[in-house]
Write a protein that binds this ligand. Sequence first.
Ligand SMILES: NC(=O)c1ccc[n+]([C@@H]2O[C@H](COP(=O)([O-])OP(=O)(O)OC[C@H]3O[C@@H](n4cnc5c(N)ncnc54)[C@H](O)[C@@H]3O)[C@@H](O)[C@H]2O)c1
Length: 335
Amino acid sequence: MTGHPPLSHPPLRIGMIGLGVISRFHLAALERSPHAVLTAVCDRDPGTYDALPAHIARYDDHRELLRDENVDAVVVNVPNDAHPAVCHDALRAGRAVCVEKPLAVDAVDARRLTRYAQQQGLPLFTSFHRRYNAPVRALLDRLPQDNPVVALTVRYEEMIEEHAGRDTWYLDPARCGGGCLADNGPNALDLVRLVLGDDLRVDEAVLRRDPHGVDRAARLRLTAPTTGATAHVELDWSYPGERKTLRLRLADGQLLTADMLDGHPEFKGSLWHEYVGVLDDFVRTVRGEAPRTGPAPDGLAVAELVAECYARATDADAEAGADADADPHAQEVPA
Ligand SMILES: NC(=O)c1ccc[n+]([C@@H]2O[C@H](COP(=O)([O-])OP(=O)(O)OC[C@H]3O[C@@H](n4cnc5c(N)ncnc54)[C@H](O)[C@@H]3O)[C@@H](O)[C@H]2O)c1
């Protein structure tokens, strides 16, 4: 990654809360950054921090970490349902927050948290890591000014069991927020907002749930009312393998595609560079500088979109029964 923020500030001292699957990408980014340094960690499971250097302070309760004077800011990597309480405590303790997506599984909590951060005058930065993906950046950087995007498709497909850690919270709708829409939807919808802007209407949300009530697949259709551009989001938690793409159709009919996993054959390989971007933009935000990725990540706006999708969701099986001949992908950017 080129172009770190200027070295005019002392490194931001980071406390990391939650040391599960995703934390190693944040930790690796911290090791490479001249602008931030890990000073403390916290996990309910002490076994998770055994391998860290001895000088890093260790806590098993985040409120103890928040009393550590060597922590300026926190990275929150706990399960989705625990984000609001931990972020609220961190903001109350005067710490800038970088929280994993989703900001909160409930839009009401996301609103409260955002308002509280504003009252406290502290950054509440949501980690939407796909906006830092190199093929996505390359695609967005080469978009012509005079040939607007008229349609986009984001595909976000994986086998969730391969991505989950030891805990089973991903497959508990109350803890993850519902399923793939709550959990992967935010990264996909952040890309939609990045390309089409923040004025978006949800036209359709079709979910396929398993017998435990977990949404294992979702098909979303959105429109940007001012331009008429459309977005299709395809989420799948039962896909054998992994496929994550962003495809754009321009006004002149050109199709442009970013394969987010391109060049990273190893499992989760693309996340190493994406989390360098997350940390870089978080540090910039704390320093009061503009993020590198255009409009700042907006965890609340994305939480509102997810809530809107759930509110108007229909059931995939019911829809298939009602109109077996309909082609749900007819409007989508052609594959
Ligand atoms: N796994 C991924 O590929 C991935 C990708 C992007 C974002 N995320 C997001 O990152 C967050 C963490 O996901 P994960 O996959 O690392 O989960 P995980 O289950 O692997 O890890 C969560 C960790 O948090 C700890 N923990 C739980 N409650 C805690 C608390 N109150 N205080 C301190 N520690 C606590 C657990 O002991 C565990 O070690 C989630 O919000 C998830 O949506 C995960």
